[in-house]
Design a binder for this molecule. Structure first.
Ligand code: ADP
Length: 412
């Protein structure tokens, strides 16, 4: 079955058409600047030339139409008709406490997702616009929602509650939700399979303690014990936890009031600074959020980049220590996403803190870029890996499983 995976943001729409039998990508692309001037569709059918179509896209319905037209185009298309799309899998950011797994999209599921909109006001409404557009154009095709938060719903109360009056949890559902769940689920499973093949055939995901470091523009780290997320660094929103490209991660909450008085700014303005002007960018006093640039400057000894990378790496190492304690041990630490898969400097600097765990890094193996590899030595007490994430494939797998009737649920 061909599965169309849709990741719809407020002004962009990423898509990937995947053959669910052999799990190969058939075509993929992105619609950018939807609803604003200069919109374009970048489309790549695997094995053909990339095409860029510049055309106004007033809304997501037009963007989805353009994607479907490209997929069925007589020259660059890959399908004879839309009937060849067996199902659509939609990335949905926030399922609150209502979804602990992916779900077949029905009116009830759409309503329950809408009820989570105020937990993710930038993401969920945009995701649901993509769902509505696809339902309008392909009303007979089954659709599945795959939630970023669902994998983390196994966290115990002591991990997800904040130390604030309990009534705020009861009234407003303020708690840790965690994000990047699709990636953490995919990578922890891949890492366990890899470990079973390469290290110990008797161990499986069900009895391993794994720490997944998803280091992309956004970054989060998860403790996966026996296949379940038991704690994760992003919280009520993606702002908590690690230092990121432009996000602060953990800070003392009292800083917000202090800064708003000193700088005469509103809470909204301070929150925007914490999301967009902090992290590696903020620590450098401006400049690039792209870790290729920051790392090059770090290696050249530029003080601003040295400051940023040191703080970035230190925070990761601290979380690894915390999650090792939370699981009473760790078998595998894996690095994933843009920085985790490609940046050997960051991986090596993090692991320098981990000697107490008996971790030894193989410097040659650690040069790996963008592929699956064990980067620790044979005698390292904990296996350290680089595992490329594939959120689209995970969405396609869940979609296939649900449409095939294997699993899935409505709102809880
Ligand atoms: P997003 O959260 O937007 O999906 P990514 O997972 O693509 O982010 O990660 C983006 C980060 O990954 C950037 O800081 C970038 O520097 C880094 N990155 C991506 N590709 C490479 C590469 N080939 N080599 C080194 N760093 C890379």
């Amino acid at each position: 079955m061909n599965i169309l995976v849709i990741n719809c943001g407020s002004s962009s729409l990423k898509f990937q058409l995947i053959n669910s039998e052999n799990e190969e990508t058939i075509a993929k692309g992105i619609c950018e600047r939807i609803g604003i001037s200069g919109s374009q569709l970048v489309y790549l059918a695997i094995g053909k030339e990339k095409t860029i179509t510049e055309k106004p896209m007033e809304d997501h319905l037009i963007a989805v139409k353009m994607v479907l037209n490209s997929l069925t185009d007589p020259v660059n298309g890959v399908l004879k008709s839309l009937d060849e799309i067996g199902a659509v899998g939609h990335r949905l950011v926030h399922g609150g406490e209502k979804f602990n797994k992916s779900a077949l999209i029905t009116e009830d599921v759409i309503s329950a997702t809408k009820e989570c909109n105020d937990l993710a006001p930038l993401h969920n409404p945009a995701n649901l616009i993509g769902v509505a557009a696809c339902l309008e154009l392909m009303p007979e095709t089954p659709m599945v929602g795959v939630f970023d938060t669902a994998f983390h719903q196994t966290m115990p109360e002591e991990a997800y509650l904040y130390g604030i009056p309990y009534e705020y949890y009861e009234k407003y559902k303020i708690r840790r939700y965690g994000f990047h769940g699709t990636s953490h689920a995919y990578v922890s499973k891949r890492a366990a399979d890899f470990y079973q093949t390469e290290i110990d055939s008797a161990r499986t995901l069900a009895d391993l303690k794994i720490i997944v470091c998803h280091l992309g523009n956004g970054a989060s780290i998860t403790a996966v014990k026996n296949g379940k997320s038991i704690d994760t660094s992003m919280g009520f929103t993606p702002l908590e936890g690690l230092i990121m490209g432009t996000r602060s991660g953990d800070i003392d909450p009292a800083i917000i009031e202090f800064l708003s008085h000193k700088e005469n700014k509103t809470i909204e303005e301070i929150t925007a600074i914490l999301n967009k002007k902090s992290g590696a960018v903020g620590l450098q006093g401006g400049g690039s959020s792209d870790f290729r640039d920051v790392t090059a400057d770090y290696l050249a000894g530029k003080p601003a980049a040295v400051r940023a990378i040191k703080a970035y790496v230190y925070r990761i190492a601290k979380y690894i220590g915390a999650y090792t304690a939370a699981m009473n041990g760790v078998d595998i630490i894996c690095f994933t996403a843009g920085i985790g898969e490609n940046n050997s400097v960051v991986r090596s600097e993090v692991c320098k803190y981990l000697g107490y765990l008996g971790i030894k890094i193989d410097d040659i193996a650690n040069e790996i870029i963008g592929s699956e590899a064990i980067i620790s030595t044979i005698d390292s007490k904990v296996t350290v890996m680089s595992v490329p994430t594939d959120e689209e494939l995970m969405i396609a797998r869940d979609t296939k499983a649900i449409v095939g009737g294997d699993c899935g649920s409505g709102p809880q």
